[in-house]
Design a protein around this ligand. Sequence first.
Ligand code: ATP
Length: 441
Amino acid sequence: MSTAARPVTMEKIASLCKRRGFVYQSSEIYGGLASCWDYGPLGIELKHNITEAWWRDSILARDDMVGLDSSILMHPKVWEASGHVEGFTDPLVDCKACKQRFRADQLAGDRCPECGGELTDARQFNLMFRTFMGPVEDTASTVYLRPETAQGIFVNFQNVLNSSRLKVPFGIGQVGKSFRNEITPGNFLFRTREFEQMEIEFFVKPGEDRTWHEYWKTERFAWYQRYGIRRERLRLREHGPDELAHYAKGCADIEYEFPFGWSELEGIANRGDFDLRRHAETSGKDLSYFDEETRERFIPYVIEPSAGVGRPLLAFLVDAYDEDVAEGEERVVLRLDPRLAPIKAAVFPLLRKAGHPEKAFAIRDLLKQHFAVAYDQAGSIGRRYRRQDEVGTPFGITVDHQTMQDDTVTLRDRDTMQQIRLPVERLVVELQARLAARPAA
Ligand code: ATP
């Protein structure tokens, strides 16, 4: 059905996102702010569905996980202990001719990639955004916008332990905003200066860390496929020893083959006891764990599956994008997993008279209690299907002449385009069943 001859490009995705209200440039009426993006009415639904799926699968469905929402601003000592003040840097070079800045480790040669000019020597540039707390702007009031959500979890380790009945191994998950003053942001949502993360810190007994690291690699790799990303566009890449972050004992990236090449969606690191040990030393607080069964005290090791939200969202869009011919017309279709689709069903009156709109409104109101639904009566029925296909709405419901006689409607499937007829009273149950799992490809 799909036309593989016309590959998806970033231009097509960005244009669809703007046209249909998934993503707009931030502050666009003022010319935009570099690498900052706003999620529009459909984008926020998609983003919400992704984080909700992650939360449900990573936290609610498990006995060994709990959630947290820590604040973005934290005590400055947190970032000293974590190593970010000293070490969260990228090597920066400037072009002496055109004054553009680049990450030295991302350049192929030793000349400016834009104008061929001479480059300065590399110097370390800290990626944390700094601001001031309170009315006085001095070093004593300096705070940072967090560059990762992880540290909010580490500093709450004892709080969660003391206020729950959890035993190691267990994990804490968090979804929230992070900020990095990236030197070279770009590729639409892929690298931005403000972004959201979905992070898990999973605390284990030292010695059991390798097994848990393998477990989380497998689990997270499977998660993306469970929500429809095709296997051949995913790979797990182990970091070489020279790539490892200062805290990591081992790390693997889940990568996706974007139109601009293979790039990281999520990193899964074995952080050892680095973070808890450093926070214990810096704060003077005991962050060890006492194992009642073995009567042992230890500082847990941590396995960290750390994903963004924007990057997976972009991957879901790219992977779902397709162009084909449907009912004799060319169409763009987003084959999103129905659970992620921003709108689950659209209701169409065949005519704008003969009682069809009133009936369609009533069906929309019925479905609205359960799902995100749209109503559309503008243009031919074919065009209305196309509009919904383009934003990934999995189901179309049409009210026609027969509806007025026997209270049945047609239900059209976005992917197969097959239509069935069913009574209105069965619609909710039918949609619930179809939305519960991705239909077989
Ligand atoms: P990269 O090497 O691409 O800069 P990273 O290894 O620094 O990424 P991590 O620190 O492992 O990234 O962050 C975990 C996840 O957070 C990443 O896999 C990614 O999904 C997301 N992320 C990190 N930086 C950004 C960014 N600037 N924009 C959007 N998402 C990001």
